[in-house]
Design a protein around this ligand. Structure first.
Ligand SMILES: Cc1ncc(COP(=O)(O)O)c(C=O)c1O
Length: 368
């Protein structure tokens, strides 16, 4: 008799991007540039670091479950503290949503090759996981609406999306929403919202106060705090109250909470990071297109390229790694012919393009 249920036995553990140390050792390199996990190449927000240092004196005490950060977010977004949750990254909160809302007979619905973190979490619950194909690398909201049935409990939408970097528009979301019954919960994962928020077509979900929508955001990306694990969510107070029942009581940690509060105040770092990213995205996508590659237009801090075959994508990933550039193979997402490149510093982006120029990529794309 197996110890775990079959849906756990069948799961593949979350596969993170390769670390710099791993690649350095494998290829005997001195310098490695990691453009694989959509992290901020500038490092962590300095104000976040300052607040973390200030908080160290209280590390002998249990934290207060994110209350200080929730209060600060409520103040800044003009909502009540009861509408806000803080957790160990947005994935921490996502895991609580899965625990709190899914029953055995429920179904989840999302796009094909959705963010791998959601795929893993949803499948770990053993309920039906249903998807619809992308439409030109965008969420096909019309097709998704057509797939909603009486068992659909969670609909997961990442906007901007990972791994494609694309967005759906306000207009598309409004039309989609009219098809969603009240008993289905929409997770609007806005991990990359800061990168898209100035696009007038982008539907900042804080403008929607729907009872069955939860917005998730994170400090992992533009604030450079992926390593401390801090994220937050906004929703109707009943929804938040239920999530608080299943959340680990002392999550997030004292340091993570302090980092979040510091980061929210760090407007200069935010501005600098967004500027660098916009420049990097433009440079990378123009350079990749010049090389003859198919690049998906991105509103995020990543660029997805589509290669003619799985073999060519794998070869390119390896050839880049050998030159000390780590990019993300999207095989584990279910897109083996695609790779994802995160924006780096100006120097890192240039180095990445130089490295690409010396791979066999030209021969590879001319096969198309
Ligand atoms: C769409 C999306 N959601 C959530 C996350 C995870 O965020 P966090 O670090 O806050 O758990 C990521 C990280 O890559 C992401 O791409």
């Amino acid at each position: 008799m197996p110890l775990v249920p079959p849906y756990i036995a069948a799961l593949r553990p979350y596969e993170a991007g390769r670390s710099s140390e791993e690649v350095r050792r494998e290829f005997g390199l001195v310098r490695v540039i990691k453009l694989a996990s959509n992290e901020n190449p500038l490092g962590p927000s300095p104000l976040a670091l300052e607040r973390m240092r200030d908080a160290t004196g209280a590390l002998n005490l249990y934290p207060n479950g994110g209350l200080d950060l929730r209060r600060e977010l409520a103040r800044q977004y003009d909502v009540r503290v009861e509408n806000v949750i803080a957790g160990s990254g947005s994935e921490g909160i996502m895991s609580n949503i899965i625990r709190a809302f899914l029953c055995d007979e429920d179904e989840t619905l999302t796009t094909e090759s959705a963010f791998i973190g959601f795929q893993t979490l949803a499948k770990s619950r053993g309920v039906a996981y249903r998807t619809v194909p992308y439409k030109d690398w965008h969420y096909d909201l019309e097709a998704l609406a057509g797939q909603i049935n009486e068992r659909t409990k969670i609909i997961y939408l990442a906007n901007p999306n990972n791994p494609t970097g694309t967005i759906f528009t306000r207009h598309e979301f409004d039309r989609f929403y009219t098809n969603v019954p009240e008993r289905a919960l929409i997770i609007l994962d806005e991990a990359y919202f800061e990168y898209a928020k100035d696009n007038p077509r982008y539907p900042d979900s804080m403008h929607y106060r729907y009872d069955n929508v939860i917005t998730l955001r994170t400090f992992s990306k533009v604030y450079g705090l992926a390593g401390i694990r801090i994220g937050y969510g906004f929703a109707h107070q009943e929804l938040i109250a239920n999530l608080l029942k299943v959340k680990l009581p002392f999550e997030p940690s004292t340091l993570a909470q302090a980092a979040g509060i510091g980061a929210l105040a760090d407007k200069e770092f935010l501005h600098h990071s967004l500027e660098l990213n916009a420049r990097g995205l433009k440079f990378l996508s123009a350079s990749l297109q010049e090389l003859g590659l198919t690049v998906v237009a991105s509103e995020s801090n990543l660029t997805m390229i589509v290669l003619p075959s799985e073999e060519q994508a794998a070869q390119l990933t390896t050839e880049l790694a050998m030159q000390g550039i780590i990019v993300r193979s999207l095989k584990s997402f279910g897109l083996p012919q695609c790779i994802r490149i995160s924006t780096g510093t100006d120097g890192e982006n240039r180095r990445c393009v130089e490295a690409l120029n010396s791979t066999s990529i030209r021969a590879c794309v001319s096969v198309k």
